[in-house]
Design a protein around this ligand. Structure first.
Ligand code: GSH
Length: 233
């Protein structure tokens, strides 16, 4: 599909607990793209007896959320989905018009994916204190690098929220949970101010967590740790 389309026939297959789905939910809401949501929890978080929708099974290349359908076309993988939404919808873009500015947004979006997400995931999936501490300090270091981008700038890449905000929003949404799972910071003060700014965005309301959702993530990974630490046999 090329060029903006006027269809509103958009469906997101995803789940609140999946950080990659959160990127797409945020972008859809931020851009005011009307859509349906089909809840597909990650395999590890599926309730017993959950039936995976056949449409998801049929069209998802790797069985991963998020997946988006626009009209009769499907895409998976959060960052390519965000780019696809930019191609398909003109309103409130998250990529600037200027080509060199687009390049900066894309570079920082990819950087967040490569340098903030792995340590974040390392914190909550970590089962041993030393690994968790290492992930925590790598994450703090990556947030410090983002702080440099925010020096004198309200947004991560340019003068408006962009795909870089969409990429990092899932981290912000779960910061409280990460703190309870061993992320000891520090969070760069420029990043804290950015988090605060992001809470004022339309997309934030679509993805922010209740205390119950924070508790659920913490409980899930606390159980995961207990299980991993239990002596075998
Ligand atoms: N690179 C993908 C990663 C997506 C991903 O890892 N999704 C997880 C859930 S958070 C998933 O669906 N895992 C397979 C499963 O749960 O069966 C993206 O950016 O969207």
């Amino acid at each position: 599909m090329t060029g903006p389309v006027d269809t509103q026939d958009v469906t997101l297959f995803g789940n609140w607990i999946c950080p990659y789905s959160v990127r797409v939910s945020f972008a859809l809401a931020e851009r005011g793209i009307v859509h349906e949501v089909v809840d597909v929890p990650p395999t590890a978080a599926r309730p017993r007896g959950f039936v995976v929708p056949p449409e998801f099974v049929d069209h998802s290349p790797r069985g991963e959320i998020p997946m988006v359908r626009i009209g009769s076309e499907y895409r998976a993988d959060s960052l390519p989905i965000l780019e696809w939404l930019e191609e398909c919808f003109a309103a409130r873009p998250l990529l600037p018009a200027d080509e060199s500015r687009r390049a900066v947004v894309r570079e920082r979006t990819a950087w967040i994916d490569a340098h903030v997400f792995p340590p974040m995931i390392g914190v909550y999936y970590g089962t041993h204190e030393d690994r968790i501490a290492t992930a925590s300090s790598s994450m703090a270091e990556a947030l410090g690098e983002m702080g440099e981008w925010l020096d004198g700038s309200a947004w991560l890449a340019g003068d408006a929220p962009s795909l870089a905000e969409a990429a990092v929003i899932p981290v912000y949404v779960r910061l409280a949970a990460l703190g309870r799972l061993g992320f000891t910071g520090p969070v760069d003060t420029r990043v804290s101010a950015h988090v605060e700014r992001c809470t004022g965005l339309a997309g934030w309301n679509a993805v922010s967590w209740s205390d119950e959702q924070t508790d659920e993530l913490v409980d899930r990974f606390t159980r995961h740790r207990a299980k991993a630490r239990r002596p075998a046999g």
